[in-house]
Design a protein around this ligand. Structure first.
Ligand code: PMP
Length: 333
């Protein structure tokens, strides 16, 4: 029998998918870890489960307790579903600029959703900062405990990827992996997976894929946390070195624009049947660039973070794209 025991057990062990055109054009194996197939629909199910299990082990969360988190959406969806499966309530703070589809999903699954204006981290009203204040407030009256998941600075997040994503990639490639690249929101995926692969083989190259509007590229390339430009991609980009990023084994860094990533997203729909969100496009573009740097015959792994329908009103909306002078899929135009 091959049975997964409920939602929690269905998280992880996702397939590694060979991306056809990217592999053919580079002469490399470009492999995408199909995180959109997690039961909550994104890579963040892994971090959600890891943070909740860690809190339980430390006695921070008791049955009937409350999970509070600031999130671009996917972590909130993961936490809420993990909470539903384990008997915890969830209060999710999210910037109002995030996609309608993620807000709808959070309401559908019963999260207590609090939308706040998109403000910089330095502002106490910022979604992450506000979620911390709210968690402290709720803790005063909550008998079963409140967990502020704190995905950005809670290293249980990257350890979840260290123990699962990294090991799976090593096993699935029989150790024949030359490079791993992905974008950063919290840094959990890049750091945790990177640490696991480096532990197996220190020659595996770990490459940051940074969207415009993020400060990390300049930090790793020039030692200066400075953002330039903007991106419509949700869930990635970072303005500070989170605890999950501290000492991450990053060998190289690439900056990827929306103009580069979007045509890839559209091609993957039409030519390969893969309907992916924006961060996956940034990741696949980075994998192609890494493959070109390494030359033919190498294996480059990246992450297909979530499903494209989660952004239908933006990424696959010709009016939204045209307003921003971004490429439009020809079959939608
Ligand atoms: N892609 C998407 C769609 C996400 O929601 C996130 C997490 N916010 C990421 C990528 C980045 O993952 P991580 O937080 O592990 O850096």
């Amino acid at each position: 029998m091959d049975i997964r025991d409920g939602f929690l057990d269905a998280i992880g062990n996702t397939p590694l998918i060979r991306l056809k055109r990217a592999s053919e054009e580079t002469g490399c194996a470009i492999l995408g870890k199909a995180e959109f197939l997690n039961p909550g629909g994104s890579v963040k199910d892994r971090a959600a489960l890891a943070m909740v299990r860690d809190a339980e082990a430390k006695g921070l969360l008791k049955p009937g307790g409350v999970i509070v988190e600031g999130t671009a959406g996917n972590t909130g969806i993961g936490l809420c579903l993990v909470g539903n499966a384990l008997g915890y309530r969830t209060v999710i703070v999210m910037p109002e600029t995030q996609s309608q589809e993620k807000k709808d999903m959070l309401r559908l699954i019963g999260a207590d959703l609090r939308l706040v204006p998109a403000l910089p981290y330095a502002n106490p009203g910022n979604y992450v900062r506000y979620s911390e204040t709210l968690a402290a407030e709720l803790a005063k009256s909550e008998p079963n405990g409140v967990l502020w998941a704190n995905q950005f600075d809670n290293t249980a997040n990257r350890m979840g990827h260290f123990h699962t994503t990294g090991q799976e990639i090593w096993r699935q490639t029989d150790g024949k992996v030359d490079a791993f690249t992905c974008a950063v929101g919290t840094g959990g995926t890049l750091a945790g997976t990177g640490m696991a692969l480096k532990e197996k083989n220190r020659d595996v190259k770990i490459v940051l894929a940074d969207p415009m509007g993020s400060a990390l590229y300049n930090h790793y390339a020039h030692g200066e946390l400075k953002a330039e430009g903007t991106s419509i991609t949700e869930g990635i980009g970072q303005g500070r070195i989170t605890k999950n990023l501290l000492d991450a084994p990053i060998d190289d860094q690439l900056r990827i624009t929306d103009e580069e990533a979007l045509p890839l997203i559209f091609n993957l729909v039409k030519e390969e049947g893969l309907v992916l969100g924006g961060s996956s496009g940034i990741n696949v573009m980075a994998a192609i660039k890494v493959a070109r740097m390494l030359g033919p015959g190498h294996t480059v792994v990246t992450v297909l973070c979530d499903y494209g329908t989660r952004y239908q009103s933006k990424l696959f909306n010709p009016a939204f794209l045209r307003e921003r002078d971004l490429p439009v899929p020809d079959w939608l135009g």
